[in-house]
Design a protein. Structure first.
Ligand SMILES: Cc1ncc(COP(=O)(O)O)c(C=O)c1O
Length: 331
């Protein structure tokens, strides 16, 4: 069920009751983004808007619900008793996973955590435990092996019937949820020449890319050394394409612009100029909180391109992927 609330100051709102396994509703908003003065480009005309994914869902904001949705349905279809996933001690994914499971579903939940667990848990892990998830620490070396890690084998041996959600809610099912997300966003407003989204695993980007909307998709990686990821995103988008559309590989390839140089020193690191940008951005967009790992770097990168004259688009939609709980990891 869906209804539109009248347009208000060029903000667009849609309230929509969410689907299976999800009580409550989505709040979808597109709002204009005010370019901080230092990044203005007086020789070009262009507008930026932000799709406020961070406001969408009470427990799994941004891309989180979309990446979890089909995994949860699959776990239910398989009648799994246990559901498990992996993440770091500040993981947005594990936070959303725990809150969603506690609020809506009947699985017993487990989480493998990268690195040792310290007696004083991070705020993210405190919430994860509070929501009833059992934590399993993994040595970094073992954790890197993902679903092949020894700790995963140990858990399978102990519990037997475990449905595993890959790190970050990834894989084809995660991307499929993001394809639905792209349809939802496009239905709200399709008058853009480019969409921009942050990337970690690239799952969200693959889902958005597989949507046949013929706009350019700019993907900004939060990771250092992620150059190889473009090919992975394309391959994942193509695997969805076989299920959903008739786009050719060439067409997808042409629409995908991958940027691996926006990490500002590395994952979760902040350069001085990035911190300044966050302040400048807040000053002119006081109702637009950026997360510390993904959206701040994405917007910073795009604004620099715009200022240099390297952003050719007239109307750009930046997709806010949530992650605001991550600020609790910083002093
Ligand atoms: C807030 C936020 N934005 C963006 C991403 C990147 O998403 P993906 O891993 O699908 O590329 C993540 C990671 O899941 C995230 O937590």
């Amino acid at each position: 069920m869906q209804w539109n609330i009248p347009l208000f100051c060029s903000l667009q709102y849609v309230l929509e009751f969410a689907s299976t396994n999800h009580r409550g509703f989505f709040l979808s908003i597109i709002q204009p983004f005010i370019i901080p003065k230092r990044y203005e480009n007086l020789h070009r005309q262009g507008q930026f808007f932000v799709y406020r994914g961070d406001l969408e869902h009470p427990y799994a904001p941004g891309n989180k619900w979309h990446k979890l949705k089909y995994h949860l349905l699959e776990a239910q279809a398989r009648q799994a008793k246990y559901i498990a996933s992996l993440g770091g001690p500040y993981s947005n994914h594990l936070h959303a996973f725990a809150q969603t499971l506690n609020t809506h579903l009947e699985f017993k939940a487990l989480a493998v955590i990268r690195g040792e667990l310290h007696p004083r848990l991070t705020p993210t892990l405190r919430d994860v435990v509070w929501n009833g998830v059992e934590l399993w620490p993994a040595l970094r070396r073992d954790y890197k092996r993902g679903l092949h890690a020894d700790v995963v084998k140990q858990i399978n041996a102990l519990y037997g019937d475990v449905y595993w959600i890959p790190e970050g809610g990834g894989g084809e099912l995660g991307a499929k949820g993001c394809l639905d997300w792209a349809k939802h966003i496009e239905a709200l407003d399709n008058q853009y020449d480019a969409w921009v989204v942050s990337a970690g695993t690239g799952t969200t980007a693959a889902g958005l890319l597989s949507h046949p909307q013929p706009v350019d998709l700019h993907v900004i990686s939060a990771l250092k050394g992620a150059e190889h990821q473009r090919a992975d995103i394309l391959a994942l988008a193509l695997s969805l394409k076989t299920m959903n559309s008739t786009q050719t590989e060439l067409a997808l390839d042409k629409r995908l612009f991958f940027h691996s140089e926006a990490h500002e020193g590395g994952f979760a690191k902040h350069s001085g100029s990035l911190l300044e940008f966050i302040d400048e951005c807040n000053a002119v967009n006081p109702d637009l909180p950026l997360d510390p790992i993904y959206t701040c770097k994405t917007l910073f990168y795009v604004m620099k391109q715009w200022h240099k004259g390297d952003w050719p688009y007239r109307r750009t939609l930046l997709i806010h992927t949530g992650g605001l709980q991550g600020w609790r990891g910083y002093a």
